[in-house]
Write a protein that binds this ligand. Structure first.
Ligand code: SF4
Ligand code: SF4
Length: 109
């Protein structure tokens, strides 16, 4: 059976944390636990400061098994207004990633 995952194009991530909130609500996770976390990375250049937001999945990501079983997309995908997150087979996402300069492919167990 094909393995599924998430492709996150963090080039577009605004750091809004909507994916975290949606994931927490969907799974009713307690405080401090979430299937996805958004990390802020600050790089100070000589005359400019660059801020990147890097969302990454944690061990608690189950790829929204209950939702995807019934044909719905994962809730983080649905709630990301910047459309950074794509759900699909790892093979299809890897192909898609070839066109994306700053992205991560997650294939949780
Ligand atoms: S796929 Fe579901 S469980 Fe995984 S990070 Fe997104 S919302 Fe959380
Ligand atoms: S919802 Fe989308 S834009 Fe907002 S933090 Fe998550 S990945 Fe980034």
């Amino acid at each position: 059976m094909a393995r599924n995952g998430l492709l996150i194009q963090y080039e577009w991530c605004t750091g809004c944390h909507a994916c975290e909130v949606a994931c927490k609500q969907e799974h009713n996770y307690p405080a401090g636990v979430c299937g996805i976390k958004v990390v802020e990375v600050v790089n100070a250049g000589q005359d400019k400061v660059f801020v990147d937001f890097a969302p990454f999945t944690t061990r608690f990501c189950d790829l929204c098994a209950d939702r995807t079983k019934s044909g719905e997309e994962p809730t983080c995908v649905k709630h990301c207004q910047a459309t950074c997150i794509t759900y699909g087979t790892v093979a299809a996402l890897a192909k898609e990633q070839e066109k994306m300069p700053r992205s991560s492919l997650f294939a949780p167990k």
